[in-house]
Ligand binder design. Structure first.
Ligand SMILES: *[C@@H]1O[C@H](CO)[C@@H](O)[C@H](O)[C@H]1NC(C)=O
Length: 185
């Protein structure tokens, strides 16, 4: 609203300067139109729509694993199927991978929970490269977490990948999760 008032004052001042207020209200009608357009732009940028092109657009996602338990073996990539938030559509629940919609710094958070007496090894991978290990012990319901800040280029992928040769079990019911958001350039 403050922004609206400032714009209003500037436009009214411009009208007065050019002495057009007297000329049948043409300038005031024009002023309203310009204000409407500016407000639409501000709303689009503030709401962070991916199509707004505004600098404030921040990709962000949160997803949890609803299926439980999930048997993991080999180079398994868990698919956090329950998307709570997916601004910018960077996260794909079908593949379990986050693909950076724009370049910059990102903060991620991963939690895995072990199930039914099986321990659990996972790793954070970027573009197929194993970066960080997560571990949850055999105690049912133990968790392992990782909260890396990563520098990504547009199109880089980040995801969890199973990191042991043994077959293991992972708890879902929204206890295992993954989220991330764009911090800045
Ligand atoms: C993920 O789930 C764990 C519990 O298993 C919770 O402590 C953590 O806060 C959750 N992470 C997010 C980003 O919500």
């Amino acid at each position: 609203m403050a922004m609206y008032c400032v714009l209003h004052l500037i436009l009214v001042a411009t009208c007065v300067m050019y002495s057009e207020v007297k000329a049948g209200g043409t300038c005031l009608r024009l002023e309203n139109k310009i204000l409407d357009n500016l407000l639409d732009m501000i709303v689009a940028i503030k709401s962070g729509s991916p199509n707004s092109g505004g600098n404030s657009y921040r990709p962000a996602f949160t997803a949890t694993l609803s299926t439980s338990p999930v048997t993991v073996s080999g180079q398994f990539i868990p698919k956090f199927d329950n998307g709570i938030l997916n601004r910018g559509n960077g996260y794909d629940p079908k593949t379990g991978k986050f693909t950076a919609p724009k370049s910059g710094l990102y903060q991620f958070s991963f939690t895995i929970m072990s199930n039914g007496g099986s321990d659990l090894h996972m790793g954070v991978a970027k573009n197929g490269k194993y970066l960080i290990s997560l571990y949850a012990t055999k105690t049912h319901g133990d968790t392992g977490t990782a909260n890396p800040v990563l520098e990504l280029k547009e199109g880089d992928t980040v995801y969890l990948i199973h990191g042991a040769s043994a077959t293991q079990s992972m708890a879902g019911h929204h206890f295992s999760n993954m989220s991330g958001y764009y911090i800045g350039e």
